[in-house]
Design a protein around this ligand. Structure first.
Ligand code: M6R
Length: 612
C-alpha cells in the first residue's frame, strides 16, 4: 500500500528518495511522486503507474533539492491518476504533503473548507489534509507545527504523513497518527523518513520509530526533535541501531523474489528454530518466563491474523489443542469480536509485516479488554511488536514478494515451539516428550530441502495444468489450512480461481463442482486422516475430476488413485504442514510464470495492508 520516503540533508534528495521508493515498490502502488525544495520553492513531479515511469519522465530534467518528500500511492480516494498521486499541496501551494492511511471524515472537513472558500483539484483525502493544515496555519499565523497540532485531533482514521511549509525551507514535519513512520539518521546528520524501516538500509545508521501521536520536527543541519501531537510536550528520542542490510532486499540470481523466498525456507526455518531451541535440544528463553503463571491459568487462547498469517494460526490451533490441551479460537482480525475476551485470555497476533491495520485494530481492542498479547512477527520494531506485551520474531529476513511464503513456515516454527512450551507449563507434556519433539522439529529444514529439489517436477505439472480456469485445494485436519493457503497462493499470483476446502466438507455441497474441468490439488499424506482421504480421492475420480496429490514418499495407494503425485518425506503428523505447503507454493509460482503474470507484485494487491 502507500509508501513514504523523504530526505533532508546535504545531498541531492532526488536519487535517494527515488531509491527508497523503489524499495517500497513491493508493498504495492499505482502512482508515484516526489517534491523537491530548492531555493525555498517546492517543485512537484508525479506520474501514474510505475516509479520507472516517474524516473523516465525526469531523466532529462535532473531534479535537485536538499529536501524532498516522496510517495507511492495505492488508490483509495479517487482513481490512480497523475492528479491524485502524491505529493499534494494546499491551494496557495505553501504546504506540501505525502500521506499514508485514510482520513475517514475527509468529506466533513472538505465541507468546512469549501465554506471557507477552498477549492480542490483532485479527489484525495490528502489534498483536504494539506488545505486543512493551511487553514489552521492562516488562522494561527504560526508555524506548520501548530497547524499539525490543531489538525491532528480532528482526523478520524489512521494516518502518517510528512509535511513541508515553503516558509520554513529547512524543516520537515513527520507525524504518526496510527500508521507507521520511521526517522533514520546517518552519521553525517542527514535524516531520512520512511514508512518501511528496511528501506532505510545503507542510508541511515540509526532509526527512531514514531509512536502513535508523535510528531518529529526535523531541521536541516540542526536536529530532530520529538513531540507529543496533542500536548506539544517534548519527548526523549530513543534512537536504535539499524540492523537491516541492503543486500537482503535484492533477488540475486532468482528471476523473482517469490522463488527466492520459497527456496530460502530451508535456511530461515532452521534459523527460526535455532533462535528458540539450542543445540542441546533445550528451549531457549522465549521472553515468556514470567508468563508461566498466566499460561498455566489462562482460560482460552485466541489467535488473530489475516491472509496467510491466519492460515498459520489455523494450523497452530492443532498444535495448541494437541500439545497444550487448550481451547483455541483462530479469528480473522477483521472479524474479531472483542466482547468475548477477558483478562484471563491470551491473544496471539500473527503478522509478517507487523503493520496490517486489521490485526493492529484487533490487538488494540483485545488489550482494552485486559487480555495479554503475544505477537509473532517478522519485523522487529513494527507497530505490532511495539503494541504487543511480548513479541517472538520469525527470522525469515525481509519478505519482498507480495505472496507470503517463508513468513508462513517460520511462523509455524515459532507457533509449534510456543505450543510445546505452553504444553509443558500447563503440565500436559513431560520433559522427555518435549526433548523428542525438539529433535523432530530440528529435522524439518532438511526435509524442506528435499521437497525443494522436486521443483522441476512441479514445473512440469504447472505446464500441464496452467490453462484450467478453476481449482480446488483439499485437505483434512492440520492440512485443511494448507488447502486454504494453497488456494490463496494460486489465486493471488496466477489469477486462477481456486477454492480451499476441508476434504470432509466436500460432500456437503462443493462436490457438485467436480467434473473433468475442475482439477483438485489434494494433500494426501500418511497421518490420522489417511483412510478418509483415500475415500475422498475416490469420490473425486469417480466424477472424472483430475487429481494432483501431495503424498508421503511414492505411496502406491495414492498413485493408483491420482493423476499426478508430488512426493514429500515422512514426518510426525502434526508437522506435515511445514512440508505440504511447499509444493503448493511451487505449483502456484510455476503456474503464474507460465501465465506470465506479475508474480512479485500481483495486480490489486499490496504487501502491507495498512487500511482496514
Ligand atoms: O503482514 P501480514 O502477515 O499481517 O499480512 C497479512 C496478509 O495481508 C498477507 O498474509 C496476505 O494474505 C498475503 N498476500 C498472502 O500471500
Amino acid at each position: 500500500m502507500c509508501g513514504i520516503a523523504s530526505y533532508i540533508g546535504h545531498r541531492n534528495a532526488y536519487p535517494l528518495i527515488l531509491e527508497m521508493l523503489k524499495r517500497l515498490e513491493y508493498r504495492g502502488y499505482d502512482s508515484a511522486g516526489i517534491a523537491l525544495c530548492s531555493q525555498g520553492k517546492m517543485k512537484i513531479y508525479k506520474e501514474q503507474g510505475a516509479i520507472a515511469a516517474l524516473a523516465e519522465s525526469l531523466s532529462k530534467q535532473k531534479p535537485k533539492g536538499n529536501l524532498g518528500i516522496g510517495h507511492t500511492r495505492w488508490a483509495t480516494h479517487g482513481p490512480a491518476t497523475k492528479i491524485n498521486a502524491h505529493p499534494h499541496y494546499s491551494q496557495n501551494r505553501r504546504i506540501s504533503i505525502v500521506h499514508n492511511g485514510t482520513v475517514l471524515n475527509y468529506y466533513k472537513l472538505k465541507e468546512g473548507l469549501e465554506k471557507a472558500g477552498y477549492e480542490f483539484y483532485g479527489e484525495t483525502d490528502t489534498e483536504i489534509l494539506a488545505n486543512y493544515l493551511d487553514y489552521w496555519q492562516q488562522k494561527n499565523k504560526g508555524k506548520l507545527l501548530s497547524a499539525i497540532i490543531n489538525t491532528a485531533p480532528l482526523l478520524k482514521g489512521h494516518s502518517a504523513f510528512v509535511a513541508h511549509d515553503n516558509q520554513e525551507p529547512d524543516s520537515l514535519y513527520a507525524c504518526n497518527l496510527g500508521g507507521e513512520l520511521f526517522v533514520g539518521r546517518s552519521q553525517e546528520s542527514e535524516y531520512f523518513i520512511c514508512s518501511d524501516k528496511n528501506a532505510l538500509a545503507g542510508y541511515a545508521d540509526e532509526y527512531l520509530a514514531l509512536e502513535n501521536g508523535q510528531i518529529a520536527v526535523i531541521q536541516k543541519d540542526i536536529n530532530c526533535c520529538l513531540l507529543n501531537s496533542s500536548s506539544a510536550e517534548e519527548l526523549p528520542c530513543s534512537w536504535e541501531k539499524l540492523k537491516a542490510s541492503a543486500e537482503t532486499l535484492e533477488k540475486g540470481s532468482y528471476p523473482h523474489f517469490m522463488l527466492k523466498e520459497i527456496f530460502e525456507q530451508e535456511n530461515v526455518v532452521a534459523k527460526t528454530i535455532d533462535n528458540l531451541i539450542n543445540d542441546n535440544g533445550q528451549a531457549l528463553n522465549l521472553s515468556l518466563n514470567n508468563w508461566r503463571q498466566k499460561i498455566a491459568k489462562m482460560r482460552k487462547l485466541v489467535i488473530i491474523a489475516c491472509g496467510t498469517s491466519w492460515h498459520a494460526g489455523l494450523v497452530a490451533k492443532h498444535f495448541f489443542a494437541e500439545l497444550a490441551k487448550l481451547p483455541v479460537y483462530c479469528e480473522y482480525a477483521s472479524e474479531f469480536l472483542p466482547e468475548s475476551i477477558d483478562a484471563e485470555d491470551i491473544i496471539i497476533a500473527i503478522s509478517q509485516s507487523g503493520s496490517t491495520a486489521d490485526t493492529l485494530q484487533a490487538v488494540q481492542a483485545a488489550k482494552e479488554r485486559g487480555a495479554s498479547v503475544i505477537s509473532i512477527c517478522n519485523v522487529d520494531g513494527s507497530a505490532l511488536t511495539r503494541t504487543a506485551d511480548v513479541s517472538l520474531l520469525t527470522i525469515a529476513g525481509p519478505e519482498i514478494g507480495v505472496a507470503s511464503t517463508k513468513a508462513f513456515t517460520t511462523q509455524l516454527a515459532v507457533l509449534y515451539i510456543l505450543s510445546v512450551r505452553f504444553g509443558r507449563w500447563r503440565n500436559q507434556l513431560k520433559a522427555n516428550e518435549e526433548k523428542k519433539i525438539w529433535q523432530e522439529i530440528k529435522m524439518i529444514p532438511g526435509k524442506i530441502k528435499k521437497i525443494l529439489l522436486s521443483g522441476p517436477e512441479i514445473e512440469k505439472l504447472a505446464k500441464k495444468y496452467k490453462d484450467y480456469p478453476n481449482f480446488l485445494f483439499l485437505g483434512r485436519g492440520q492440512n485443511f489450512p494448507i488447502a486454504l493457503e494453497g488456494a490463496l497462493k494460486l489465486k493471488e499470483v496466477s489469477y486462477i480461481h481456486a477454492e480451499g476446502l476441508s476434504a470432509g466438507e466436500m460432500k456437503h455441497g462443493s462436490i457438485a463442482l467436480i467434473d473433468e474441468q475442475m482439477p483438485s490439488f489434494f494433500i494426501a499424506v500418511k497421518d490420522g486422516q489417511y483412510d478418509k482421504v483415500i475415500n475422498n480421492l475416490l469420490e473425486i475420480s469417480a466424477r472424472q475430476g483430475h487429481i494432483i496429490a501431495v503424498t508421503t514418499d511414492k505411496d502406491q495407494i495414492i498413485i493408483d488413485r491420482a493423476d499426478d503425485i508430488i512426493p514429500i518425506p515422512e514426518c510426525p503428523p502434526l508437522l506435515y504442514p511445514f512440508l505440504t505447503v511447499i509444493p503448493t507454493q511451487l505449483f502456484a509460482y510455476y503456474v503464474a510464470r507460465e501465465r506470465g503474470t506479475n508474480i512479485d507484485k500481483p495486480r490489486n494487491l499490496a504487501k502491507a495492508v495498512t487500511v482496514e
